[in-house]
Write a protein that binds this ligand. Structure first.
Ligand code: DAK
Length: 259
């Protein structure tokens, strides 16, 4: 991999976009690498949480690579769009939990890739924007859809129409990020959260993720039916037996096996 760093330790995969000279901008090669890396990770039962970050202290991801886009043809743009769509959907739908550790600029595609993760934690210096309309385009990696769902329609329109950059605190206030922490603590904070997640049953989490994602865009009745079906499925797992037995035996330690 030319543009990514991957470190897997104690059930956590730390995936770093590593193009510091262009503030970790996403080009097609990087998007293809993210896809193939996530394809491997989603099959890796030892990995329970994926943390996505950018290299350096200045930028998470400064958007799509403008130097690649400037002369791209419509066909090349389409390929880039498809690669991004696939990669972003993988973060959103893989069975493991995905956390974006936003360590600086999250602009355009950077904000959009963070939004495709389950949880966002920002460092105090992080900045968020959707600057596409200033470049003569519009957000095209899901920004018009995920931002409006995460914050609300009015806030999303304001960010997209003005291209204003907002601070980490403001992003937290409007619900775009879950927590803001000092930069030096960002990765440890995310790893500690991963630790709390990993104490729980991986299949329960994967099914809950599926219920939330699929139910969110459906009507309540459909979502509740889906939840009931997935809930039923969880009763077929060894982890349900273990979790409940541990409670009855007043055991703190549980041996979840993800089956
Ligand atoms: N692409 C390429 N290079 C970038 C870049 C980017 N997005 N952002 C920064 N760089 C490069 C700069 O060109 C500079 O390179 P050198 O001049 O050193 O060679 C280096 O990173 C450092 O940047 P600056 O010198 O500009 O650093 P500053 O601290 O002054 O400013 C900044 C930092 C992040 C505010 C500024 O660099 C900036 O505004 N960057 C651009 C942000 C942006 O507009 N990003 C793109 C958003 S548009 C698609 C769907 C969606 C998209 C694309 C396609 N399809 C469906 C096909 C998504 C589009 C976007 O993300």
């Amino acid at each position: 991999m030319n543009n990514l760093l991957l470190e897997v330790e104690n059930g956590v995969a730390l995936l770093t976009i590593n193009r510091p000279k262009s503030l970790n901008a996403l080009n097609s090669e990087t998007l293809a690498e993210i896809n193939s890396c996530l394809m491997d990770l989603e099959k890796n039962e030892d990995v329970k949480v994926v943390i996505l970050t950018g290299s350096g202290e200045k930028s998470f991801v400064a958007g799509a690579d403008i130097s690649e886009m400037v002369n791209a043809t419509a066909a090349e743009g389409r390929v880039m769009g498809l690669l991004a769509r696939e990669a972003f959907s993988r973060f959103e739908n893989m069975p493991q939990v995905t956390i974006a550790a936003v360590n600086g600029f999250a602009l355009g595609g950077g904000c959009e890739i963070a939004m495709s993760c389950d949880i966002r934690v920002a460092s105090e210096n992080a900045k968020f924007a959707q600057p596409e309309c200033g470049l003569g385009i519009l957000p095209g990696f899901g920004g018009t859809q995920r931002l409006a769902r995460l914050v609300n329609k009015g806030r999303a329109k304001e960010m997209i129409f003005t291209c204003d950059m907002i601070s980490a605190d403001e992003a937290c206030r409007i619900g775009l990020v879950n927590h803001v922490v000092p930069q030096a603590e960002l990765i440890d904070y995310c790893k500690a959260m991963a630790g709390r997640i990993m104490k729980n049953a991986p299949l329960g989490i994967a099914l809950a993720k599926q219920a939330i994602n699929t139910g969110y865009d459906a009507d309540l009745d459909t979502g509740l039916k889906l939840e009931a079906n997935l809930f039923g499925l969880s009763f077929a797992t060894a982890d349900k037996k273990e979790g409940m037995t541990a409670f009855l035996e007043k055991r703190k330690e549980k041996n979840f096996i993800g089956k």
